[in-house]
Structure formats: structure tokens, C-alpha cells
Write a protein that binds this ligand. Sequence first.
Ligand code: GLU
Length: 443
Amino acid sequence: MSYTMNVLEQAKKNNPGEPEFIQAMTEILTTLQPYVDARPEYEKAGILERLVEPERAVLFRVPWVDDAGKVRVNRGYRVQFNSAIGPYKGGLRFHPSVCLSIIKFLGFEQIFKNSLTGLPIGGGKGGSDFDPKGKSDREVMAFCQSFMTELYRHIGADTDVPAGDIGVGGREIGFMFGQYKRVVNRFEGVLTGKGLTYGGSLARTEATGYGLVYLVDEMLRRHGKSLEGRTVAVSGSGNVAIYATQKVQQLGGKVVTLSDSNGFIYDAEGIDLSLVKDIKEIRRGRISEYKGHKPGAVYTEGRGIWNIPCDIALPCATQNELNGDDAKTLVKNGCFAVGEGANMPSTLEATEVFLQNKVLFAPGKAANAGGVATSALEMSQNSMRISWSFDEVDQKLRGIMVNIYDNIAAAAKEADCEDNFVAGANIAGFKKVAEAMMQQGTV
Ligand code: GLU
């Protein structure tokens, strides 16, 4: 068996009961196999064995008091996966599904994503099984303060810089930043996604969604196509989905769907984004409320969003939301491009279906890297104690996404699998990290 497949088999045995982490490793190591096995120096240096093992993982108790005066306990996590090219960087996810497997798959993917941005950031991820849904602002604050009262000792502006992810937005980042500053008595850029009054960057809110569409737009243009007049299916209705929808609309496409964990809306006339922002960003409501304000729209409970015919699909909800059957349906309905706004939204089977059918497929590691890239720009601004204008940040973001496209396309071509951006992203992301690890010795 080859070096790469040996490491994968051993890693599967070493991480029982962690299906998402095993899925992420399987995808990455399988596509890296020809590249790595042709370079025996990686085996000698044990690069892959080191890569699949986090440098550090912290698991902690988060006690807090709810509005009824009862003590509640959640689990907190921070996995510091790889710091070869910069301080650990990656979001915090607050969602009931959070467990070690989810945080490890996210942290592992983050290593390659962050490398692809071209910026000096390592890979990490964290979070909790706490569910902010239905909690009062005071309960969310109590939880965030307790979470940071443990996390603060593991992070720092030059050590590990967390940010948002599912369930963690501006409100949560604010509460955590306040508690960090209070505990360490230092004002520093320890978190990104901060509010604009205390060190946040303009365009960070929009960055993941905008970046996704910049990359998809570039991929289409290089293949003689464009977003103009296209029908686009977007899933999710959080930060990524909302700003991806906005950018698609600005570039002349028509978004016809959005979803949440309960169901999805289909609006053949095109999504009314100000209505969605009011429901989601102001009232923190559910996407089903859209129908009450827009009589032409249809709300469907449960799965089924990928049955809606579209030219382009942008899964922006969560991992494994799009399976092999969904992919076949999309292909049958004429979908010719997919951009992953979420982390690992397509299952291994779905990815295979897209690649076999020559769908232009931009994997999350490349396509959603605009968020973390803009976080790195926020870190730069904090270090320099300045702030750039919206247009400056937006232009840098666009340049970064075009650069990512160039790199993943070149790596795919070099590996003799032109237009396979899954392999291209993994190889391009891996190269830089592996090189840095080799130069730093056995650490
Ligand atoms: N959670 C986002 C991601 O998956 C953003 C991370 C960050 O800004 O550090 O990349």
C-alpha cells in the first residue's frame, strides 16, 4: 500500500467514531496521493502523520446560568491543528451538533483553506454544543463570558485568533471580546469579526458570501460563461447565504431559494433580500416567515431544495447537506456549476457525481476562503492600528479570490487533472504547509 493510503488507514483506526473527520481526511489524502507518493522526502519526514494529528486540542466545561436561575453545562472545544505558516486561525461554531469529530474536520480543512489565501495563518477551529437559538441576549452573554473565561488562556493575537462560524456572529464576538479584554487587561486583535467601533474590518460581514461569488464568477468566465441571467439555488440563510445572494444579484443572476434546518423557500421571481435580512438579521426568525410576506413564494418543510432546477448551486448551509442523489438531480436538471459556501456541504459521493459529469465544482476550501482571508486583513489592520475603507478591503478580497482560482487551476493542470479543483485546492494548499513544516524540522 502507498505511503499516503497507509497513513489514511492508520488515521481511520486512530480516530474511531469521528465520521466527519475521517471523511475530510479521506477526501484530502486521496487527492494528495499521486503528488505525495512521488516525493519520498515527505514520507521520510513523516509529514502526513504529523498533518493528521492536531498540535493541541482543548476540551472544557462551560457552566452558565439560564434566565430561570438554573445552572446549565455545555462543552467547549478548541482544536489548534497546525501553526506551520502562522498563528492558528479559524472560527467558533455554536450548534447542538458540535462534537470533537465536527471540530476536527473543520480544523483540518482550515489548514488547507488558510494556506490557499496566501496569507500567514495556520489552521484551528473551536466551538460548543450550546444552541443560541431561542436564548435571550442575557443567556447568550452569560454563556459567551463563561466560554471565554476558559478559552482566553489558550489564545492571543499572535497565538490563536478565533472568529465566527455557525451560531457565532457579531453579538457573540462582542461578548467574548469584552470578556477577553477584561480578563487579560489588554486590548488586542484576539478575535476577528469584531464590531466596527472596536477594531472590526469593513466588508468582513460580507466577505465569505462575496468571496464565494467572486471565485465562482472567475471560474465561469475562464470557461466562457457568466452569472448574468442565470438561475441560482442557494441553501442556508445565515451570513454566507445572505451575502452570496446579494453578490449574485449584483452580478445579474437570479437567486430562487434559501433554507434553514426546518425547510426551504422557493421564490420564482427571485429572492427579496431586504425581507430576508429583516427576518434573519433583525428579528432572528425562521426562513418560513418569508412566505407570509411574499405570497408567490412556496415554503417546503424538510429536505428537497436541490430538486429545484437551477444553472448554478451554492450550498451555504452546513456539512453533508448535499448527497449523491441530490447531485444526480442537479446534473439532470442542467446545473453546470457548484460553489461550496459552507464547509464540506457535499458528501464524497456528491463530489464524485459532479466531477464525473464535468460540473465546474469549486470546493469549500477554495470557494469560502474569502471569510478567513478578510479576517487576516482584519488582523493586519489591528496590528497597524489603522482601518481600510470598504472598497479597499473588497478589492483586496476580490484579488485574493482570483489568485486562489489561478493557483487551484494551475495545481490541477500540473497534476494532469485539469478542472478538477478538488485535487487542485488540496495540492496547492498542502504544498505551502508541507514546505514550511520541512524547513522547521521535527515539530
Ligand atoms: N468560520 C469561517 C471559516 O470557516 C471563518 C473563520 C475566520 O474568519 O477565522 O473559514
